[in-house]
Ligand binder design. Structure first.
Ligand code: SF4
Length: 356
């Protein structure tokens, strides 16, 4: 492994980074608490999401679910509603399931041991390391995108493997103040050691950084060619009740993309037959009418073009005894109370624009 830091260099890196962090750390709400639940929540929200986006969600979520018991007792729909717009909804579902497990198996106290934490839904090596170091003061490493970039530059290694990165992070994290150290490492990556234009002149560790000494720090890690996300198509159908103008809303299966969120009837692909069959299974015979437009939405791993058509009921009615937690006629106001994806909000805006 090309990584290792000598004892003197390791000590100097730690000292410089911690001194810098003490002076320059951003004042973020989850840095004002030692509560493991709050720290866990912030780490779950921060995955793939910018700090500025997370702050209001974090505050609203805690006002609604102030502790693990409250989250465990909550309805999943309410948890998803509080997460609405933050994306990656499996994080919210996992948090809720993990809270239930913590109440059942750990008397409502988030465990501090790696094997207990790692057994909770949604807690992978990064979150486990973050919770153990920040909330419980254990010398556990973390590696996220920022840490990866900073370590690659300190070592001037363009292509460290995951294993090498975790080994280097473990080698560096100190017994004293491991949480501050890990947060400092991430903070340096987020605010100074920027991907394209690192601010080496203001960097506290510049004298110890091999990439900066090379004169081309932005070459580390070696840029990866990112393929554009594949293009996919989907179809949504707007079905209004004959009287009152309520819209038919269906809930997506709990697992998978946008799991547990509500939508107007939608299917993958561009053909109307699967949509008609989906509604047939609900007891409704429909035909497709005029197109209402298209909505475009880019997820991390796919770029979606969704066509929206009006549907008309020709026979049948929503199956008697249909679970109202899975299918229901809703007024526009009732729809606002349901957890919806950003994509579905775009669809509804399109529909509103088409309304007479
Ligand atoms: Fe990053 Fe430059 Fe600091 Fe090195 S000196 S860690 S490349 S900002």
């Amino acid at each position: 492994m090309p990584s290792s830091f000598t004892g003197a260099r390791r000590a100097a890196l730690r000292r410089r980074l911690l001194d810098w962090y003490a002076k320059h750390r951003r004042d973020l709400p989850w840095r004002r608490t030692g509560d493991p639940y709050r720290i866990w929540l912030s780490e779950a929200m921060l995955q793939q999401t910018r700090v500025e986006t997370v702050i209001p969600y974090y505050q609203r979520f805690l006002a609604r679910f102030p502790d693990i018991e409250a989250l465990a007792d909550a309805d999943e729909q309410d948890v998803l509603k509080a997460w609405e717009g933050l994306g990656y909804y499996s994080r919210a579902r996992n948090l809720k399931r993990a809270a239930e497990q913590v109440v059942a198996e750990h008397s409502g106290q988030l465990p501090s041991q790696a094997e207990d934490l790692d057994a909770l839904p949604g807690i992978g090596p990064y979150t486990s390391g973050a919770i153990r170091s920040i909330a419980f003061g254990q010398a556990a490493p973390v590696v996220d995108g920022n840490v990866k970039r900073v370590l690659s530059r300190w070592l001037a290694e363009p292509a460290l493997t995951e294993r090498e990165l975790w080994a280097a992070a473990a080698d560096l994290v100190p017994e004293a103040a491991p949480g501050d150290f890990n947060q400092a490492l991430m903070e340096l990556g987020a605010t100074v050691c920027l991907p394209r234009a690192p601010l080496c002149l203001t960097c506290p560790v510049r004298p110890l950084c091999n990439a900066s000494a090379s004169g081309q720090p932005e070459n580390f890690p070696a840029p990866r060619k990112k393929a554009p996300p594949p293009e996919v198509r989907a179809l949504s159908g707007l079905l209004r009740a004959q009287r009152g103008g309520r819209l038919l809303m269906l809930r997506r299966p709990s697992r998978g993309l946008l799991g547990g969120l509500w939508e107007i009837p939608s299917v993958a692909g561009d053909a109307t037959e699967p949509l008609i069959e989906q509604l047939d299974s609900q007891g409704l015979r429909v035909v497709a009418r005029e197109p209402l437009g298209e909505v475009r939405h880019v997820f991390t791993h796919r770029a979606l073009t969704l066509r929206v058509v009006a549907l008309e009921r020709v026979a049948g009615r929503l199956r008697a005894g249909a679970d109202p937690d899975q299918a229901r006629w809703c007024t526009r106001r009732e729809i606002e109370a349901l957890p919806l994806s950003r994509l579905m909000q775009k669809v509804l805006a399109l529909v509103d624009g088409n309304s007479p």
